[in-house]
Structures are given as structure tokens and as C-alpha cells.
Design a protein around this ligand. Structure first.
Ligand SMILES: *Cc1c(COP(=O)(O)O)cnc(C)c1O
Length: 363
């Protein structure tokens, strides 16, 4: 090999060199309840019809970046207002990146409640944008006053609010959200990744606030592997953000597969209903464990607090018995001792509860 003593740290942006990579644990062989995936499969006939349809997709051609058929299907299934534009991303993660790239003027700031979705802060760091987190209130309630004060203090170009929130699971007070959107000097993005599991829906607010964008994804609905997110809002914003999109970001297989799945949306909405019912069962079960503090959820996961200083051991014991959940202890001061479990199939949730009881029984 050519001898080169060149040091990456001499050339990389320091914020990239300092970054901790987004870690995805290996889940092979484990009951996977860590990533808010829909655990249900499609009926066999549906899988067959899907695969037959994919046979006619031209993988030798670039995808159509406008994806009109897909957007029409998304409009119908999600009830997106006719006067709102749609921008597609390779997952909503990519939309967060496109938004942040677009607004990262020198000195510009991204603001979000905390604790919330890790990608807001991470993407701000990657794109060289300042970041401020506003702590949630007791029991992770939306702290409207603190948010309004932060708007005045930081004048954020971008505000991201996940509703329902990840990793806490609760939906925020509507009046508080509206006050923040009304007072924000820049854009507010309401991230409705968990819309299949809640009544909260801000698509109808789009025509009331010129600075509001609503972001959704098909991931939590059951299509996480396909990578498709959407940003809805006025063309006056989206036409500019669209310029940061790589031309062919939604591949042909994803376009065809999501369009197919949306033609069978009933299967997905029935799965979401089953997940909501199972969430209530799991919530009731967890609530009976007096050692735990369990937080109400309008998403497809449940946050709970373990007895003091035991989250790491519980997480490891669960993993040793074949169940992978998310350990949030150490990720944020307000998440000390907290664990997050995704709602799985009924039998997976039972395996989880049994493993949890066994782990709790060990001193
Ligand atoms: C899971 C999640 C996303 C990411 O969705 P993708 O479309 O899979 O990239 C976005 N926002 C929140 C709040 C999430 O929990």
C-alpha cells in the first residue's frame, strides 16, 4: 500500500470526527422489540400479487422523481389536503436531513423538545446547524411556556416536534402545539411518524398556518424496509427544500411496492388496529408490575421506568433471554432508568413479559 501519513483528523470537519455513530444492534435470533416495527406479515396472496407486480418494474430505468401515482395514493390513503404539496424522502430521516440542509444558514438554529427523536439533534450536527433542546414537563408533557420562551430567545429557523413523541409515546396538548406554531419565527415541522396509532392529526391545520409542515412515514405503518417518508405543506416552502433532494432518491422497487401496499391499505390499517389493541393489553400488564413506572402511549411502543439503577441489568437480562428492547438509560437525563418496548405480536409480548418478570425477580 502507498505510504500516506495523512491524518483524517486534519481534514474531516471536527463535528463529524467527534460524532458518535448511530448504533443499530444486531438482532439476529432475538425477539425484536427495539425499533417500532410492525411485527405482522402480509397474507400469502398479497405477497404473491406484490411479487407478480414487481416483475414488470423496469429496474434498468431511473425512477420517476415526481412519482405521481405514489403521491396520489398517499393523498387518498392519508387524507392529505388537495392544496398541500408532497415531498418524498428516503424515509423521513432523509426529509429531516433535507430540511436541515436547507435551513442551515450560518448561525441558524434547530429547536426541539427533549427528550425526543435522536435524529433531529444528530442531523443538526451533521449539517452544521446550531441546536437547542427544550426539556419537556413532568411526565413528558409539552411545556408550552418553555417552548414559547425558547422561540423568543433562540429565534429558531426550524422547530421539530414529534407528535406522538418518541421515545416517550405520549401525544402533546393541541393548544400548546398551536401556540408554538403561531409564534414560531420560522418553520415548524410536526413529525407524525406514529399517526396510525393516535387520533392526533395536523394535516387539517396546514391551511391555517403558513409556516407549518407535516411529516409522515410509512415505516411505522408496516413498511419500514421500503424507506419512504413524506413532507406535506405549501409549495412556497417545499419547492425550495426539493432542490436539496438527490434526483432519484425513491427507487423503483419502493415506488411500486408502496403503491401496491396502499392499494391494500385495509390490511395495514387492520394490523395497526391489532397493534393498538395489543398496546393496551401490554400497558395493562406492565402497569401491574409495581416496581415499574409505565407511561401512557399513543404510539406502537411503551416507555417504562425501571427501579433505580437497574435499567442496564434488566436490558441485559432480557437480551440474554432472547428479547431485544431499547435501553434509554444514559441517553438523556430525563430518561434515567428508562426502557422502551415496541408492541410486538401477542406471543412476542407474552415472551417479553415473562422474561421481564424473571429479570425483575432476580435481585
Ligand atoms: C421512526 C421515526 C422516524 C423515522 O422514520 P423513517 O421514515 O423510517 O426514516 C421519524 N420520526 C420519528 C419521531 C420516528 O420515531
Amino acid at each position: 500500500m502507498h505510504k500516506n501519513t495523512c491524518d483524517p483528523l486534519d481534514w474531516l470537519r471536527p463535528e463529524i470526527a467527534a460524532l458518535k455513530p448511530y448504533a443499530v444492534p444486531d438482532a439476529a435470533g432475538l425477539v425484536k422489540l427495539d425499533a417500532m416495527e410492525n411485527p405482522h406479515r402480509w397474507p400469502a396472496e398479497m405477497v404473491q400479487a406484490w411479487q407478480a407486480e414487481l416483475a414488470s418494474v423496469s429496474v434498468n430505468r431511473y425512477p420517476d422523481p415526481r412519482a405521481p401515482a405514489l403521491k396520489t395514493a398517499l393523498r387518498q390513503v392519508m387524507g392529505i389536503p388537495a392544496d398541500a404539496e408532497i415531498l418524498l424522502g428516503n424515509g423521513s430521516d432523509e426529509l429531516i436531513q433535507m430540511l436541515t440542509l436547507s435551513f442551515a444558514r450560518p448561525g441558524a438554529l434547530l429547536l426541539a423538545p427533549e427528550p425526543s427523536f435522536a435524529m433531529y439533534k444528530l442531523t443538526a450536527e451533521v449539517c452544521g446547524m446550531h441546536y437547542a433542546g427544550v426539556p419537556l414537563h413532568l411526565n413528558y408533557r409539552f411545556d408550552t411556556e418553555a417552548m414559547l420562551a425558547a422561540l423568543a430567545r433562540h429565534r429558531p429557523a426550524l422547530v421539530f416536534i414529534a407528535n406522538p413523541n418518541n421515545p416517550t409515546g405520549n401525544a402533546f396538548d393541541e393548544a400548546g402545539l398551536r401556540a408554538v406554531i403561531a409564534q414560531a419565527p420560522g418553520v415548524v415541522v410536526l413529525d407524525e411518524a406514529y399517526y396510525p396509532f393516535t387520533q392526533a392529526n395536523a394535516l387539517g391545520w396546514l391551511n391555517q398556518y403558513p409556516n407549518l409542515l407535516v411529516m409522515r412515514t410509512v415505516s411505522k405503518l408496516g413498511l419500514a424496509g421500503l424507506r419512504l417518508g413524506l413532507l406535506c405543506g405549501p409549495a412556497r416552502w417545499l419547492d425550495h427544500i426539493d432542490k436539496t433532494r438527490l434526483p432519484y432518491n425513491i427507487n423503483v422497487l419502493t415506488q411500486a411496492s408502496v403503491a401496491f401496499a396502499l392499494r391494500h391499505a385495509r390490511v395495514l390499517t387492520q394490523q395497526a388496529a391489532a397493534i393498538r389493541a395489543e398496546r393496551e393489553r401490554l400497558f395493562g400488564e406492565l402497569r401491574q408490575r409495581s416496581a415499574l413506572t409505565v407511561y401512557p402511549s399513543e404510539a406502537n411502543f411503551i416507555l417504562f421506568r425501571a427501579p433505580s439503577a437497574r435499567a442496564d441489568a434488566l436490558h441485559a437480562a432480557l437480551r440474554a433471554s432472547g428479547v431485544l428492547i431499547k435501553n434509554l438509560h444514559g441517553s438523556h437525563p430525563m430518561l434515567a432508568d428508562c426502557l422502551r418496548v415496541t408492541v410486538g405480536l401477542p406471543k412476542e409480548n407474552t415472551i417479553f413479559m415473562n422474561a421481564l418478570d424473571a429479570a425483575l425477580a432476580k435481585s
